[in-house]
Design a protein around this ligand. Structure first.
Ligand SMILES: NC(=O)c1ccc[n+]([C@@H]2O[C@H](COP(=O)([O-])OP(=O)(O)OC[C@H]3O[C@@H](n4cnc5c(N)ncnc54)[C@H](O)[C@@H]3O)[C@@H](O)[C@H]2O)c1
Ligand SMILES: O=c1ccn([C@@H]2O[C@H](COP(=O)(O)OP(=O)(O)O[C@H]3O[C@H](CO)[C@H](O)[C@H](O)[C@H]3O)[C@@H](O)[C@H]2O)c(=O)[nH]1
Length: 325
């Protein structure tokens, strides 16, 4: 298939682009390199451009006849979305609208969208399935929920068949360490803990130790980037085979606490880095775990890296390599 990948120079997009290339697909990446990197694109060609640049986007759609669009490009920092909400609605929602206008105008048959567990907000139960109410508690989650809604409405009106993948906590790196999470000032727990083990950060802070969980720290469902990337290829196959539009959680269905993650990073790295207890971070649900029944059923997706130490080992390997680049 010939596939347009927006945000293909970023952390998740670049892993998907690599797997698409390995599977023999033809890839065009559209990315403004605001947080992505040219070196991370291991397959296909890059068109450097902003999604807000309608003329440039039109030119890309005119030059190619795409079988599918995979849409990763977005801003992703939750606290920033609270401070600057319009920045998030502009890039995540308005730019998705602009992209969907082209998808419709040029008759692209399939669309895969990067959504997030942040659409669930503070769920009543820690294990959530796709029918849980959508009550995002920050503009980032709301901007993604609105995009999901546009996609659904367009689908009903004869638009592309689509899969919206709701990612839980994405972590780890390419097992061969060619690419990995390379965003400066990343806030994701496993990356921060690896940076603390490397001495790039003074310490790891645990945000909240008084949650109603067994060890008092928040529980999350960490999914290896390789398994997440594989879900996108499975979604493409599913849509190309005539599958109906679907919204699917991406996670392993089991959670780990912040303390368990810190212990895993110590165990894997062999470094006793400093870990401090700190107050709760605003807006963190105590526990968030994916019910993944639907993605297993609809896509036949089965994880291959469902092991916290494996996720951490690949993240650690990448961080060490990246630090020495
Ligand atoms: N990382 C996570 O844990 C996580 C969790 C849930 C959902 N997601 C979603 O996955 C997607 C990818 O996230 P990521 O972690 O790879 O982030 P990232 O910042 O590494 O990647 C985003 C990419 O999009 C590009 N981009 C941003 N705005 C653009 C624009 N206007 N025009 C062109 N390119 C633009 C950036 O340069 C970058 O390459 C996002 O949609 C995000 O909301 C990520
Ligand atoms: O230095 C840190 C960083 C994180 N945490 C804790 O570790 C857990 C995971 O935090 P992350 O920032 O790694 O991830 P989040 O669960 O907050 O959010 C991530 O997953 C969400 C979906 O579940 C969204 O998609 C969001 O974009 C993505 O950043 C949270 O309890 C957080 O409080 C710490 O204790 N210390």
């Amino acid at each position: 298939m010939k596939i347009l990948v927006t945000g293909g120079a970023g952390y998740i997009g670049s892993h998907v682009v690599r797997q698409l290339g390995e599977a023999g697909h033809e890839v065009v990446v559209y990315d403004n390199l605001s947080t992505g990197h040219r070196w991370a694109i291991l397959s296909g060609t890059l068109v450097e451009g902003d999604l807000a640049d309608g003329e440039r986007l039109d030119a890309v759609f005119e030059a190619h006849r795409f079988d599918a669009v995979l849409h990763f490009a977005a801003f992703i920092v939750v606290p920033e979305s609270v401070a600057e909400p319009l920045k998030y609605y502009a890039n995540n929602t308005r730019n998705t609208l602009g992209l969907l206008e082209r998808v419709q105008r040029f008759g692209v048959p399939h669309f895969v969208f990067s959504s997030t567990a942040a659409v669930y907000g503070m769920p009543e139960q820690s294990m959530v399935d796709e029918s849980a109410p959508l009550v995002p508690i920050n503009p980032y989650g709301a901007s993604k929920m609105m995009s999901e809604r546009m996609l659904m409405d367009l689908g009903v009106a004869g638009g592309p068949s689509y899969v919206a993948l709701r990612y839980f906590n994405v972590a780890g790196a390419d097992p061969e360490a060619r690419i990995g999470q390379a965003t400066p000032d990343a806030t994701h727990l496993i990356k921060v803990a690896c940076q603390a083990a490397l001495g790039q950060r003074e310490r790891l802070q645990i945000f909240g130790t008084d949650y109603p969980t067994p060890d008092g720290t928040c529980i999350r469902d960490y999914i290896h980037i390789e398994d997440l990337a594989r879900a996108h290829l499975a979604a493409l196959d599913y849509l190309a085979g005539g599958g109906a539009s679907a919204v699917l959680n991406c996670g392993y269905g089991r959670g780990y606490s912040v303390r368990e993650v810190a212990d895993a990073v110590r165990r894997v790295s062999g470094v006793e880095f400093r870990v401090d207890e700190a107050p709760r971070r605003a807006g963190d649900p105590p526990a968030l775990v994916a019910d993944n029944t639907r993605i297993r059923r609809e896509l036949g997706w089965t994880p291959a890296y469902d092991d916290l130490d494996r996720i951490v080992a690949d993240a650690w390997r990448w961080e060490r390599k990246f630090a020495n680049q």
